[in-house]
Design a protein around this ligand. Structure first.
Ligand SMILES: [Zn+2]
Length: 275
């Protein structure tokens, strides 16, 4: 028997159901003992840890990804795609609790909501620092912050503190220990095809003796395997419907993400293709 928790929202309500399946979910979980939270396209995914919780507010490849992590002390966002402000407002989020934003890489579907969120925080008169965590040499994040400060710097009531992390470097926010680990990722566009490798990380986040891992966008790589193994929760991108040589350094396939996810205690698949 495997218990699967499904979470989903309509615009105004959050519903929670626990379903118990006795059917063969062997394709997802072969040992039958661990609880699997399996992401469902277009639905909200949440996870409740000991004294913290995680909400995948939205995630679709080529559109947006934003994940909210809430602890007793404060909240952080992992990625800040288009619509982040809207999603936070719909959750009635307390913006004073938002201490940091950890960005996995600079692609538009992971940073597209940054300008809007900074503008909103400026408008409502935030005064405390906001820590922006990003992979080292992430041009998009640096330039977004630089551009924003060049326009609004004189009337900014709070500091944006950019902290660039190299492979396996850590930062503490509240009581969360956030460790970046390098992953393998390339962008792709219709006209230019698959591009160069970009600075990209996943995050391993520890709190109260539990640990969650968020893959960011990545092809299959050793660092991802290493950090996901034994985690209490893994949130994994599963963009590609099938594994091909062409996409091997761009995205994980559903099959690959599931295989890695099974090495964590629970996992959620996100970032499905919008097409
Ligand atoms: Zn990407």
């Amino acid at each position: 028997m495997i218990s699967v928790r499904l979470f989903y929202v309509t615009t105004m309500e959050l519903r929670y159901e626990t379903l118990t399946f006795s059917l063969a979910l062997n394709s997802i979980n072969s040992n039958g003992s661990s609880l699997i939270v399996y992401g469902v396209v277009g639905l909200l995914n949440s996870w409740q840890g000991r004294n913290w919780n995680v909400k995948v507010m939205y995630s679709k490849a080529g559109v947006a990804t934003q994940i909210l992590i809430s602890t007793a002390e404060c909240d952080i966002l992992v990625d800040v795609g288009d619509g982040t402000l809207r999603d936070l407002l719909e959750l009635d989020h307390d913006f004073k609790r938002l201490n940091a934003i950890a960005i996995t890489h600079g692609h538009f579907d992971h940073v597209g909501g940054l300008w809007t969120l900074l503008s909103f925080l400026r408008m409502i008169g935030r005064t405390s620092d906001l820590v922006l965590i990003a992979p080292r040499s992430c041009g998009e994040v640096k330039n977004l912050v630089k551009g924003f400060m060049s326009v609004y710097g004189e009337t900014m009531p709070f500091q944006v503190v950019l902290r660039e992390l190299s492979n396996e470097e850590k930062i503490t926010i509240g009581r969360m220990e956030i460790q970046a680990f390098s992953v393998v990722h390339r962008g792709s566009t219709k006209v230019y095809g698959i591009g160069k490798r970009v600075p990209a990380v996943g995050y391993s986040i520890g709190y109260d003796k539990q640990r969650i891992v968020i893959s960011g966008d990545t092809g299959m790589c050793q660092s991802l395997r290493k950090f996901v193994k034994g985690a209490d929760l893994a949130i994994l991108e599963a963009t590609a419907k099938e594994k091909t040589i062409k996409n091997s350094e761009v995205h994980l396939s559903i099959e690959e993400a599931t295989e890695i996810g099974k090495t964590a205690k629970e996992f959620i698949l996100i970032h499905q293709c919008f097409r």
